[in-house]
Write a protein that binds this ligand. Structure first.
Ligand code: TA6
Length: 321
């Protein structure tokens, strides 16, 4: 019988112990730490918006992480950035950068009952704390509740973001309930991929997976057993998606492999011109240059955590160019 650890004892554990010295069931069940290039580097920097950031370098590639939002901003390889960033004032104060990998927590999209609350929750605009930089090409950032977050969401929590760079880019979000009562949250790694021309991009692996379309002006009908193609505004939530997907971006002669752990939902989104015109951070033709494939746990797949419990969501990206 696994011995339970009292929530207070668990909450008192140093963050650096989680996943290393911690023996709670959640940590015992968590995947091993993602591989980072031991010969790589992790250094402090300033992002293009003049904000504190961190750069991981390994094997001729680099990944940038902004402290604000714990947001991976880019993953640059010889053939270019696998991720995408909007061209209109991407670093506006108080807003999440439209691009990279925004972290959605503790709710997805608009708040269920209070539209005045920030869409996609508060984690993506919060000031995260650097917990570790290195060894090798890895970084760890954390975000815990405070008066501001508790005013928006009355629960105690701790988020840990681990980014590791080797041949692939590994992004791991650990959500821990540090409260004395159970709660439920939604979460997503809301990844913006550069595709060159979304009209020729396709997503493979979602064929036949149950989904709901939330776009205001979607394609009237599509073949659910064919790879997902973009022919109109698309905002599809797939539940029970496989843990391996592939994004084809022929305009960039690139294929991106997505491998996830702990993601029961996948959201695929392109705004198309009409919705793009209503969104911040997008220039006139930006809508053609990206699509989002989001690794998530939302709606009926929201994460329920008992006091002291944790959930791990990991996204590992590979690319052929
Ligand atoms: O993930 C899809 C989605 O929920 C879309 O409906 C769209 O709102 C997108 O997220 C971007 O949301 P944001 O709040 O970043 O503009």
């Amino acid at each position: 019988m696994a011995a339970a650890i009292a929530p207070a004892a668990l909450a008192a554990l140093p963050t650096t112990a989680v996943g290393r010295a911690c023996v709670c069931r959640a940590c015992a069940d968590a995947p091993p730490p993602a591989p980072a290039d031991p010969d790589g580097s992790a250094t402090a920097a300033t992002d293009p918006g003049g904000r504190p950031a961190f750069v991981l370098r390994a094997g001729g590639t680099e990944a940038w992480i902004a402290r604000t939002g714990g947001q991976v901003l880019s993953w640059r390889r010889a053939a270019g950035d696998v991720l995408w960033t909007g061209s209109a004032e991407p670093y506006a104060a108080g807003k999440a950068v439209r691009g990279g990998i925004p972290i959605v927590f503790p709710w997805f999209n608009e708040h269920a009952t209070d539209r005045a609350l920030p869409a996609h929750g508060f984690a993506r605009t919060a000031d995260w704390r650097l917990a570790a930089l290195g060894p090798g090409a890895r970084a760890r950032l954390t975000l815990a509740d405070d008066e501001r977050t508790r005013a928006l969401w009355p629960h105690r929590f701790e988020l840990t973001l681990d980014v590791a760079l080797a041949e692939q880019l590994h992004v791991t979000l650990t959500v821990r309930n540090t409260d004395a009562t159970a709660w439920r949250c939604e979460e997503a790694l809301h990844t913006y991929f550069a595709v060159g021309d979304v009209r020729t991009a396709t997503v493979h692996g979602l064929e036949g997976v149950p989904c709901r379309e939330h776009a205001l002006a979607p394609e009237p009908a599509w073949d659910p057993h064919a790879p997902l193609a973009f022919r109109a505004e698309t905002d599809r939530v797939f539940q029970g998606a496989p843990d391996r997907l592939e994004l084809h971006a022929p305009a960039l002669a690139r294929r991106v492999q997505l491998a996830t752990v702990g993601a029961r939902s996948t959201v695929v989104w392109t705004p198309w011109p009409a919705k793009a015109a209503r969104l911040s951070g997008l220039g006139p033709d930006d809508w053609q240059r990206f699509c989002c494939v989001e690794s998530a746990n939302i709606k009926e797949a929201a994460v329920a955590l008992a006091p002291g419990a944790a959930h791990v969501l990991r996204l590992s990206l590979g690319a052929t160019a």
